[in-house]
Design a protein around this ligand. Structure first.
Ligand code: ZN
Ligand code: ZN
Length: 338
């Protein structure tokens, strides 16, 4: 089982062009594909071209699954190349319409934060938390960046911990605690006595923010391919060569979970699972002028499904159904401790 490869050493311009071509092949998945293409253009510093893609999507707002996300990404991109007034107008509009998805909130709050608008960033994170997390006992994973970002901005503003900050501390599972990471005393009180240390702390904060941005600018995850039992049986009877990849269905499921845990432990953000079907895999092989029996096609198939927006985020909430499709909560199934 090989996951999609992380976006290092990627020719972003070529990748954007490839994704645009794929969008023409799968118009029903154009939104996910063009968002990813725009992210690559941003990484290539082709910001006006990225804006053009966002505008292309926004010219059909009724057909979009997540128009607020597209608007937020557009605003953040615009502000990066001196279109501040336009960016602010979009951000104000998004705050007024109060989307139910955390991603646009995080993007606009971080855009404000990265342009030193800490008060406005704080207000935006707080609006999102109030809207999405009031009376929510277990905050969904997608909302964690709201709490972490708010925690970070509040430390920079020198504000005391509140309940949501305490929650952020509990949810944060990295080896460095949020308080250590975001401690304003560490950042600011070092002062001119030791500019090297000050600089190191600031770059640590920026690295954390950068990791989030990278995760967000890749709106679909690093995805591992999952075959339901019936599909795997059909696949292996049609293409016996693939049996070396998949010794048995239970092994296949266990490998998915262990690969994802390994990726997660190594700090890969934004993980997911894509589910294969034999007909869609055969169609993919045909579009690549290749044979479905070629195991090197499997990771490319996974990548293409993920690029088409077909990935389901991993891990599930502990009490939610397991990703494997057996009717059991995740923490009693593949999410059980090893
Ligand atoms: Zn804290
Ligand atoms: Zn399971």
């Amino acid at each position: 089982m090989r996951p999609d490869t992380p976006a290092e050493n990627v020719d972003h311009t070529a990748e954007a062009a490839r994704l645009e071509r794929t969008a023409a092949l799968y118009p029903e998945d154009a939104e996910a594909l063009l968002l990813q293409a725009a992210a690559h253009l941003e990484l290539a510093d082709a910001r006006p071209a990225a804006t053009a893609l966002y505008d292309r999507l926004l010219s059909t707002p009724d057909k979009l699954e997540n128009a607020p996300l597209v608007r937020a990404l557009k605003a953040s991109n615009l502000w990066e190349y001196d279109h501040e007034a336009e960016a602010r107008a979009i951000i104000d509009g998004l705050r007024t319409t109060a989307p139910r998805d955390p991603a646009p909130w995080v993007i606009i709050a971080e855009s404000l934060e990265s342009h030193d608008e800490l008060e406005a960033a704080h207000d935006t994170f707080t609006e999102a938390a109030t809207l999405l997390l009031t009376d929510v006992p277990e905050p969904p994973y997608a909302t964690h960046p709201v709490l972490f970002g708010r925690h970070r901005v509040r430390r920079m503003l020198g504000l005391p911990h509140d309940d949501w900050d305490a929650r952020a501390d509990t949810l944060h599972s990295s080896s460095v605690s949020l308080d250590e990471l975001h401690d304003p005393k560490r950042v600011w009180s070092l002062g001119s006595d030791n500019p090297a240390e000050l600089e190191a702390e600031i770059s640590r904060l920026q690295a954390e923010l950068g990791a989030y941005r990278e995760a967000l600018s890749r709106p679909f995850p690093v995805a591992v391919l999952h075959w339901p039992a019936a599909e795997l049986t059909e696949l292996l009877s049609a293409y016996p060569d693939l049996a070396t990849e998949y010794p048995s269905h239970p092994d296949h499921l266990a490998t998915i979970e262990s690969s994802l845990r390994e990726l997660s432990a190594s700090g890969t953000p934004n993980l997911g699972i894509v589910t294969g079907t034999v007909p869609s895999y055969e169609a993919f092989a045909a579009s690549e002028s290749s044979s479905p029996g070629d195991p090197t096609l499997l990771p490319q198939y996974a990548t293409t499904l993920a690029a088409r927006g077909r990935a389901v985020a991993w891990p599930p909430q502990r009490s939610a159904d397991c990703w494997c499709g057996q009717d059991q909560p995740y923490d009693a199934c593949h999410g059980a401790a090893l």
